[in-house]
Design a protein around this ligand. Sequence first.
Ligand code: DQA
Length: 138
Amino acid sequence: MKKLMIINGPNLNLLGKRETNIYGNMSFTDFFETVAKKYPEVKIEHFQSNIEGELIDKIQEVGFSYDGIILNAAAYTHTSVGIGDAVKAIETPVVEVHISNTFSREEFRHHSYISPNSRGVILGFGLQSYELAIHSFL
Ligand code: DQA
């Protein structure tokens, strides 16, 4: 069975409460439960941290054994050389996702340290961005 890891960065623990006009009303836990049931043929886990180093630790931990990583590094996408380097260092393919269309937002959200070393990028489809990323690994 394929193993996928969803890794969420800072403030994504507030999904459902945070800027709902941009990020929607659903918590990630509720979304995850539905999606995990929908794809019983893959093992999907998820991890969230507000701490940059913990995200890097998780990328390294799963990055040589899992079949795919779905990474929403949130604000660190635009700032973290360290997370970008971690994505480059591992063997597991990474699909970068964003809930919002970062290109229709502030200029500082237009640059990503993750994209150059990702297999692909999916953004702007709300929580469905994660589901499209799962599809890309099936
Ligand atoms: C985000 C977009 C980022 O710019 C922002 O900092 C986030 C969430 C998204 O999923 O749309 O926290 O990654």
